[in-house]
Write a protein of this length. Structure first.
Length: 673
């Protein structure tokens, strides 16, 4: 149980009279067969808060078929109708136990089983011999004594070892709980030292503070067995094997009396007459130790006293558990409304609004922050394609970092592209030679400029596509997270939206088409932008081009005073006009690349944002609504989509049931104060 209130657990051997005692205390008949009949715990609660007798039976399924405690259980599950005829209780108890022992079957399959079908069930390898799951019996009777107890299967000895161990472990697991009072049924037809139930009680409660012993079958001791009479009289009076709560003795109906259906009152009358007229029992001074009525009253008072003793601790634990359960319930999504169409459309609207806010940076700023990192990496990748001109012959190894170094904001970002191959003066001279046709002397062909510029700008396609796909992937991941957040409560709706939006799942749906359409539109725009950076080579930014060209020529020319930082060999230094055309071409190409670089690092991110991200954000709701609202029976389809995910609804039901049980316990505890 999730809240361990003090309780009474009844244990005893197979022939200790335990079933008869349970019947006498509760006033109902329990199943009886030759051999072991009780094969699972029976939790019985008796309440006098009723106008007339009635009985409700439930199943408490806290364990799986292997006997392992389940993490979450629904509490007591009602089994059958409210019973108002005492004669039918035994049959319903048989049905409930059969359902407990067959967890692979629907409990309702047993509601109409006959007694004969239950006594002689067909072979079933999955049927359990015993179970830790319990049959719960709630008895209401204005004449009854308020009491709660748990009846366990009788301890057995003549069975397979594994079966004996299962039954023993079931008893031990219950009676070792410190809030459990142990009611041991001990038949007086056998010595107390020989009885397994008594030994288990002593092991679990060495001090005897939680144990109450009930001596049964006193009428089976022969009249001449004076030694046995004396031993049991001494035991009953606390002289032998004393217990804190002492011993009680009961005479229970025999088979003949039970078959004739004598009343509870008549049974009590006969028991009283027997104890008052038979030695040695009539010589015992404390008459409250005899009879079922006295036992029931004593147990009820003892249980209440134990609860009262633990009341402050119980209250504190109860309040803590109640608050925790309520918080768990609040953490669950709110249940669906009675207007499925409206709720679906509102959820879709909220989902689309959240994605739109993320794209435009109004909310879920992780998307824009992630995209900015992608664009910064893209900038570094494009920067790394800058012309790696080395304005000196090959045999000079020194490189000026001012020529090929990164910009200050690029520091710390490495390029994802292959290393940029150096190009020296002789390489440029070869490009000029390869481009020359009928040009006049000292005239550098424009084809040489085009060849060199395109050698660098043609490397921009790969980082541009990588940048674009990274943004698409990040957006799709955010969509996944938002789908779970807004639709995870409803399996079918979540599936519909997920496969409707995440294009890489290979699902053919309208929104997948829309996402791919936005993807294709963005990609085409990107390819068009890259095409702009092919031919013709063009810029109207004449001032920057001339300024950059002059600046780069000053860097490249080795004979500019106070600016040349290379240590050239003497033979090159003595040829001041040897590479004038090559240096001028280098400066022009580098100047044009700088202008084109500044264009591309802005326009690619803007194209991705406008042509993919914002297009998708602006169209997503329209596309979803168009599909959701089409067709003849929109209302029925909406209702189907809004079927709640089973684990969530089951969890909500469990928590509400737990809160109800805790509130009920709280009322009982309040009543005790």
């Amino acid at each position: 149980m999730f809240f361990d209130l003090p309780s009474i657990t009844v244990i005893g051997g197979q022939s200790a009279g335990k079933s008869s005692l349970v019947e006498a205390v509760s006033g109902i008949n329990v199943p009886r067969d030759s051999g072991t009949c009780t094969r699972c715990p029976m939790e019985c609660t008796m309440s006098s808060l009723a106008e007339r007798w009635n009985c409700k039976i439930s199943l408490r399924l806290d364990y799986n078929s292997l006997g392992t405690k389940l993490p979450d259980t629904p509490g007591a599950i009602p089994f059958g109708p409210t019973i108002t005829d005492k004669r039918t209780v035994e049959l319903w108890l048989r049905r409930a136990q059969a359902a407990i022992l067959s967890p692979h079957l629907d409990p309702q399959d047993f509601w109409k089983k006959t007694e004969n079908e239950l006594r002689n069930p067909p072979p079933d390898e999955q049927r359990l011999p015993f179970s830790k799951n319990a049959v719960v019996v709630d008895l209401s009777d204005p004449t009854i004594t308020d009491l709660s107890f748990v009846d366990l299967p009788g301890l057995i000895q003549n069975e397979r070892p594994e079966v004996i161990e299962v039954v023993r472990d079931l008893a031990v697991s219950r009676i070792t709980r410190q809030n459990t009072l142990i009611l041991v049924t001990i038949p007086m037809s056998d010595d107390i030292q020989n009885q397994q139930a008594a030994r288990l009680a002593r092991d679990a409660d060495a001090a005897g503070e939680r144990t109450i012993a009930v001596l049964t079958k006193p009428d089976l001791i022969g009249a001449g067995a004076t030694g046995s009479h004396k031993t049991w009289k001494d035991t009953l009076e606390g002289v032998k094997d004393p217990l804190t709560h002492g011993y009680h003795c009961v005479r229970l109906p025999d088979d003949d009396e039970r078959s004739r259906g004598i009343s509870k009152a008549e049974s009590e009358r006969r028991a009283t007459e027997y104890f008052d007229s038979t030695l040695p029992w009539k010589a015992v001074a404390d008459r409250s130790r005899f009879g079922v009525a006295n036992l029931t009253t004593f147990l009820s008072q003892l249980l209440v006293a134990r609860i009262e003793t633990n009341l402050p601790t119980l209250r504190e634990k109860l309040e803590e558990l109640l608050q925790q359960t309520k918080e768990e319930l609040l953490e669950l999504p709110t249940p669906p409304t009675s207007e499925p169409a409206a709720e679906v459309l509102l959820r879709v609207t909220a989902f689309c609004k959240a994605f739109h806010a993320a794209v435009f940076g109004d909310d879920h700023k992780s998307l824009s922050q992630s995209n900015r990192r992608v664009y910064l990496q893209f900038k570094a990748d494009i920067r790394s394609t800058s012309p790696n001109f080395r304005p000196f012959p090959r045999h000079v190894d020194y490189v000026d970092p001012n020529i090929t170094g990164l910009e200050p904001e690029d520091v710390g970002i490495s390029s994802n592209l292959p290393e940029n191959v150096p190009i020296d003066l002789l390489d440029v001279r070869q490009v000029i030679a390869d481009s020359t046709a009928w040009e006049l002397p000292n005239h550098v062909p424009f084809d040489a400029t085009k060849t060199l510029v395109l050698r660098f700008t043609n490397r921009w396609k790969s980082p541009s596509i990588t940048c674009f796909e990274s943004v698409v992937t990040t957006s799709a991941k955010l969509l996944e997270a938002l789908i779970s957040a807004y639709f995870g409560q409803f399996t079918q709706l979540e599936t519909y939206i997920r496969y409707f939006t995440v294009y890489w799942n290979n699902q053919t749906t309208l929104t997948q088409v829309e996402l791919e359409r936005c993807h294709d539109k963005g990609l085409k725009t990107l390819e068009k932008l890259l095409a702009f950076e092919t031919l013709p080579l063009f810029t109207q930014n004449t001032h920057q081009f001339l300024t950059e060209s002059k600046a780069w020529l000053n860097r490249y020319t080795p004979f500019q005073a106070n600016s040349w930082k290379y240590h050239l060999r003497q033979e090159v230094h003595n040829e001041p006009g040897a590479f004038i055309e090559e240096l001028a071409l280098m400066a022009n190409v580098r100047a044009y690349w700088q202008i084109a670089y500044q264009r591309i690092i802005d326009y690619v991110p803007l194209a991705v944002e406008h042509e993919f991200s914002q297009r998708l954000a602006n169209r997503l709701q329209e596309v979803l609504f168009a599909d959701l609202l089409q067709g003849p029976d929109v209302s029925a389809r909406m209702q189907e989509l809004l079927i709640e995910e089973p684990t969530i609804s089951a969890r909500r039901t469990l928590l509400k049931s737990r809160i109800a049980r805790l509130e009920e316990i709280k009322l009982k505890l309040d009543g005790l104060s």
